[in-house]
Ligand binder design. Structure first.
Ligand SMILES: Cc1cc2nc3c(=O)[nH]c(=O)nc-3n(C[C@H](O)[C@H](O)[C@H](O)COP(=O)(O)OP(=O)(O)OC[C@H]3O[C@@H](n4cnc5c(N)ncnc54)[C@H](O)[C@@H]3O)c2cc1C
Length: 436
């Protein structure tokens, strides 16, 4: 292997963004993808995909697409099949597909001095190759977070990762635990198929309509960001005006301000609550046969429990110490660089409202700028590393006080994050330009 070749693990949006940015920077790479093609979880046939038939973009098309490659679809919120097609077109348009080894799952990523050994199993058996570094882009929404509850349940328990189609709910009394974006999407599916649908929630949520004033609501959110308290003041009032108070529909009052947790872009669920198609229940206390007891003393009988309880970060192929894990997530500079700088880089470890593929591409452009500096201007790369080690890391919260939950441990504010990533990239490339 060429001494300056890098490995990219995963051909989802993040892996493709990494491939494109390295290609633009003239950095050689080999991509590994366990599935048959590109698209990551947007390919519902990918065995690791957590997509379901009814899923569409949650963020709108124009705020989500790669800037240099607009989507052909004119839909504001295209479905997963359109997205899969889009990633295929993106990969083909920029000649990325041929750099990937498909049907090839990486099992081990091990540091060997200054280089990395990548072991993967593919159509030709197992093979180990050596690289200058490795970009992990294996996704953040694949490993289910499965909580345990006291008691035992006699019906079926399924995590949303195994949910594909509303046919799985046909005629069943369904309890959905959790009301995140997937939980609410599935609740809307369920009301048309299940015998009954309840949602058990621990806290209140903010529900953002897909459209405001006839436009995708996230497109009204562009331009210079307002200070957090002003935006929270305005947007919570706008939401009250347009969607009303979710407490009226049975949800608890949120014990946090808007944007301190991920908002739910779904008002259909409120519509169905208003129609009496589903009910909100309190937090689960315990299971007993087919009965679920809730913390408010009420209970209900169910055939199927759907755990819409989210995902945990997982990089099973690499030693946790290499990623500087602290608590529920690796602690990485800009969610990308382990501060030890041993040659591992992480793509896509960001949860944010409105970061889009372009936000992921900007991460990739920063990695490419650093790798280029390593090769062409080592002093510049060393200055970058020194800054990461010696200076405080940028505040990525945008002034919002995020809930102290595991799932929020790698949450960022899109404006603060993209600004910090762009600034870091400019610092890496600007002096090189001056010298030229
Ligand atoms: C229902 C749903 C709706 C969503 N809507 C939006 C939205 O509107 N906007 C938005 O920005 N985000 C949305 N997301 C978030 C989603 O995570 C991102 O859109 C995006 O898919 C992340 O890309 P990724 O490349 O980081 O990860 P993934 O898409 O998960 O891709 C990871 C890839 O790595 C491969 N892989 C994993 N392990 C290995 C291995 N060991 N060896 C080789 N290959 C491996 C997998 O097969 C997969 O192809 C949504 C997610 C879901 C589930």
């Amino acid at each position: 292997m060429h001494p300056h070749t890098y490995a990219i693990i995963g051909a989802g949006p993040s892996g493709l963004a990494a491939a494109r940015a390295l290609d633009v920077a003239g950095i050689p790479f080999v991509g590994y993808e366990a599935s048959t093609g590109v698209g990551g979880l947007w390919d519902i046939e990918n065995p690791r995909s957590t997509m379901y038939e009814s899923a569409h973009l949650i963020s709108s098309r124009t705020t989500t697409e790669f800037t240099e490659f607009p989507m052909r679809s004119r839909a504001d919120y295209p479905g997963h099949a359109v997205m899969k097609e889009y990633f295929g077109q993106y990969a083909d348009a920029f000649g990325l597909t041929e750099h990937f080894r498909f049907n090839t799952r990486v099992t081990d990523v091990v540091r060997d001095g200054a280089v990395w050994s990548v072991t993967a199993g593919g159509p030709d058996g197992e093979r180990t190759d050596t690289y200058a570094g490795v970009i992990l882009a294996n996704g953040t929404l694949a490993e289910p977070n499965v909580p345990t509850f006291p008691g035992s349940f006699d019906g079926e328990i399924m995590h949303t990762s195994a949910y594909k189609s509303a046919r799985q709910l046909e005629g069943k009394r369904v309890l959905i635990i959790g009301a995140g974006n997937s939980g609410c999407d599935i609740a809307v599916d369920a009301v048309h198929h299940a015998a009954s649908v309840d949602m058990s929630v621990r806290r209140g949520y903010y529900f953002v309509p897909r459209y405001l004033l006839g436009k995708p609501s996230d497109t009204l959110n562009q331009g210079k960001p307002l200070p957090a308290p002003i935006k929270q003041f305005i947007d919570s009032r706008v939401l009250k005006l347009f969607t009303g108070d979710p407490v009226r529909f049975g949800f608890p009052k949120p014990d946090y301000k808007i944007y301190e947790s991920h908002p739910i872009v779904n008002t259909m669920v409120l519509n169905h609550l208003g129609q009496g198609d589903l009910d909100v229940r309190a937090d689960v206390d315990r299971f007993d046969g087919n009965t679920v007891h809730f913390r408010d003393g009420s209970s209900g009988d169910y055939d199927l429990i759907l755990l819409a309880t989210g995902y945990t970060l997982d990089y099973p192929m690499v030693d946790r110490a290499e990623l500087n894990w602290t608590g529920a997530a690796p602690s990485l500079f800009l969610n990308i660089f382990p501060p030890t700088f041993t040659g591992l880089y992480v793509m896509g470890m960001i949860e944010a409202s409105g970061i889009g593929w372009q936000g992921r591409y900007e991460q990739a452009a920063l990695i490419a700028a650093y790798l280029r500096a390593l090769d062409r201007s080592p002093a510049q790369a060393a200055a970058f590393r020194d800054r990461v080690r010696d200076e405080p890391w940028p505040d990525l919260t945008g002034g919002y006080k995020y809930l102290g939950l595991d799932r929020m441990s790698y949450y960022v504010n899109k404006d603060a994050y993209r600004g910090a990533v762009r600034a870091a990239t400019e610092a890496l490339v600007a002096p090189a330009k001056v010298r030229a």
